[in-house]
Design a protein around this ligand. Structure first.
Ligand SMILES: N[C@@H](CCC(=O)N[C@@H](CS)C(=O)NCC(=O)O)C(=O)O
Length: 241
């Protein structure tokens, strides 16, 4: 059976989970703990990041390549449009959104969450081993430093990320004022990417991450601000997730 190495909390992993589930492909989730993941993932793939999909002797790292692989192996319910122009447009939206929602939602949320270990630790340890919370509590100061450095997270970059998220949302919303899907007339990897990567700021019912026990005020404030403009996300989660 296909194995998906992942962090439950990761929205890039959500792209891969959603694609597998959308196509009805059975798979096993292998949850790795942030920090410990490096040694596990580097044994099977060139870089340390998740998601990584393992299908027998094939190892695919990176959410976009996982979507490519799944569409090639399971062409039914293709997430990549067949029409060449639409295919290029969907891939370009995905590339843009991986950056503008993917990187910036993560940076903005972690900047505020990392200040509060009691919020962050249960989310990072979700579905992990029984000792996960204890271990994360012990290594928290070091982990926070590593995460801030690795993802360039600080007061200034978080403020910039907020602007990136709003600008990308403008672009998505203006496209969806004209048509029901970002590309063509059916659900594609562009739509899946937009919804999965913005989901941490919208918490749709089918997003498989528990709500944090408290949400830091600046995250709650941004959630409220975007709320009137993300009906498309709730619709796609309801219909396709
Ligand atoms: N371009 C990658 C990004 C994946 C990514 O950034 N994964 C993060 C979690 S959201 C990660 O694994 N970070 C830990 C690391 O890089 O070692 C994709 O689309 O899959």
């Amino acid at each position: 059976m296909i194995k998906l190495y992942q962090f439950p909390i990761s929205h890039f992993c959500e792209k891969a989970r959603w694609a597998l589930q959308y196509k009805g492909v059975p798979y096993e989730e292998i949850n790795v703990m942030p920090g410990q993941h490096v040694s596990v993932i580097k044994k099977i793939a060139p870089k340390s990041h998740v998601p990584v999909l393992v299908d027998d002797d094939k190892v695919i790292q990176d959410s976009a390549q996982i979507l490519d692989y799944l569409d090639e192996k399971y062409p039914e319910k293709s997430l990549t449009p067949v029409n060449p122009g639409q295919k290029a447009a969907a891939i370009e939206w995905e590339r843009y959104l991986n950056g503008e929602f993917g990187i910036h939602v993560r940076r903005y949320c972690y900047h505020w969450m990392l200040k509060s270990p009691s919020i962050t630790i249960p989310l990072l340890a979700h579905k992990g081993p029984w000792y996960g919370k204890i271990m994360l509590r012990l290594m928290y100061p070091k982990l926070e430093k590593l995460m801030r450095k690795g993802m360039n997270i600080n007061e200034e970059t978080a403020a910039e990320s907020r602007q990136h998220i709003l600008a990308a949302l403008d672009r998505v919303a203006s496209q969806l004022d004209k048509q029901a899907y970002l590309v063509g007339e059916s659900f594609s990897r562009a739509d899946l990417t937009a919804a999965a990567l913005l989901a941490p700021l919208c918490s749709p019912a089918k997003y498989p991450i528990p709500e944090a026990k408290e949400v830091p005020a600046p995250i709650e404030e941004l959630k409220q601000e975007i709320q009137p403009r993300v009906q498309w996300l709730y619709r796609w989660y309801d219909q396709y997730r």
